[in-house]
Ligand binder design. Structure first.
Ligand code: PHE
Length: 458
């Protein structure tokens, strides 16, 4: 077959690609979302099921996404269409790319609002507002932010502008320089916080909560949330990783890259949980308090530890960086699509698409104040946007992607692209991609609708 080249340039090295994918994966999903979801879903059993999903579903789908992306070398919609046709299947596979771009819109709309919270906490900590913090003072500080939708709108706007600015500059100039920065620093800060959690908080209680499974808490709904979280945290199921794969030079090991990224992403989420829950239990806070969890716990640690005055702004600054590198991945597929299909410049595409997402973000902002009492399917508007995108669109997109990689692409193509020979690693991937991952996604979906229970299957 003809080898295509990307229209947006290429990553300059394998290492930069690993950093880019890791930068996309590691973000608010690990540090903000994982702890609060684990807290709301009862801890241990949720965590265990999430880990199973990461390995059995997330990893093979990440491999498939990079593989398909590099094969097609276009935006996710065009890539799925072109490779679909090339493999003798239908061009309608492009619709999977459309689903992904929609998911990206929804996710970025709330992601940017939460990143705005982190941005605001960066400035609060610069001003020394966490000094001698107690649960009450921190609760009031956070409540003050949530109650002020204008302030939230300003932070959200700044974060969206930052994201658009990078995507508008393009892959090599915008993304590359950037992804080298955030990760190592964040890891160091997390390790310092871990030391605090071990010495000064209730580490034993936190550990128990995270790792001692109580299977009664693992409801069908919690399983769906855990699976959705696995997709969300790895950035898979929506074409972000596929878009990055399109810029990957030939001859890079897709398997090794994916394994590294999955390991790094999972470690950071667990690390974050091991920091948050000891603080929760030491201060008599509620692990199930929801999306505000890190904003009500971490300031307690910073406010009461030696050097916290200086570490807090560094931490929240790095968190904004990590969110930034993820947000770029959320915007890239739509921008690449617009540039390739409509011949727009990256700048115009970034501004137009970014503005639509920015406007959508107001639904999330208002969910925490003006519309906080409004309920749809038992949740706020934000809950619904998150649930639809993370727990339904991403797994659905992932299901199609893994079917595509495992069934539509012939053995020659995937073996050629993955370059693993016919050894056990290739066999394992193919088994997971063809059978286990699709079956698991379907079973969790059906289980969550209550259908399996109705037929006495579980
Ligand atoms: N994985 C990112 C995080 O954990 C979020 C994300 C999802 C980014 C999907 C890109 C695509 O924060």
């Amino acid at each position: 077959m003809v080898k295509r080249t990307s229209l947006h340039g290429m990553w300059s090295s394998r290492f930069v690609f690993v950093l880019a994918v890791a930068g996309s994966a590691v973000g608010l999903g690990n540090i903000w979302k994982f702890p609060y979801m684990a807290g709301q879903n009862g801890g241990g059993a949720f965590v265990l099921f999430y880990l199973v999903c990461v390995v059995a579903i997330g990893l093979p789908i990440m491999i498939s996404e990079i593989m398909i992306g590099r094969r097609g070398r276009r935006n996710p919609i065009a890539t799925m269409r072109i490779v679909g046709e090339e493999e003798g299947s239908s061009p309608s596979w492009g619709l999977v790319g459309v689903l992904g771009i929609l998911a990206g819109f929804l996710i970025l709309s709330f992601y940017s609002v939460i990143a705005g919270w982190a941005l605001s906490y960066f400035f609060l900590s610069l001003g020394g507002r966490f000094a001698q913090a107690t649960p009450e003072t921190i609760g009031r500080l956070f409540g003050g932010l949530l109650g002020n939708w204008q302030a939230m709108a300003i932070w959200h706007t700044i974060f969206m502008l930052l994201t658009i600015a990078i995507v508008a500059r393009g892959v090599e100039r915008g993304l590359e320089k950037f992804v080298r920065l955030a990760m190592p620093g964040l890891l160091v800060l997390l390790l310092i916080l871990l030391v605090y959690a071990v010495i000064a908080a209730d580490f034993a209680a936190g550990w128990k909560f995270l790792f001692r499974p109580d299977f009664a808490a693992l409801t069908p709904g919690a399983m769906l949330e855990a699976m959705g979280q696995a997709f969300f945290t790895l950035s898979v199921g929506m074409g972000a990783i596929m878009a990055y794969g399109a810029y990957l030079p030939e001859g890079t090991s897709i398997l090794r890259t994916s394994a590294w990224v999955v390991a790094a992403d999972t470690s950071i989420a667990l690390l974050s949980g091991l920091i948050i829950f000891p603080i929760v239990f030491a201060n008599g806070l509620d692990p199930a308090s929801g999306p505000g969890l890190i904003f009500e716990t971490l300031p307690l640690a910073f406010g009461n530890m030696p050097g916290g005055r200086f570490l807090a702004p560094i931490f929240f600054g790095l968190l904004v960086f990590a969110a930034w590198t993820s947000a770029i991945g959320l915007l890239e597929p739509a921008v690449a699509w617009s540039v390739e299909t409509h011949g727009r410049s990256r700048r115009v595409a970034g501004i137009v698409i970014g503005t639509v997402i920015w406007a959508l973000g107001f639904l999330t902002i208002l969910s925490f104040n003006v519309l906080s009492e409004f309920r749809l399917f038992g949740g706020t508007i934000f809950d619904n946007i998150d649930h639809l995108a993370s727990n339904i669109f991403l797994p659905l997109g992932g299901l199609f992607i893994t079917i595509f990689g495992g069934w539509v692409m012939c053995k020659n193509s995937s073996a050629d692209e993955l370059d693993l020979g016919s050894g056990p690693a290739y066999g394992a991937w193919r088994f997971l991609a063809r059978w286990l991952a699709p079956a698991a996604v379907l079973v969790v979906f059906l289980h969550a609708t209550g259908i399996l229970g109705r037929f006495g299957l579980v």
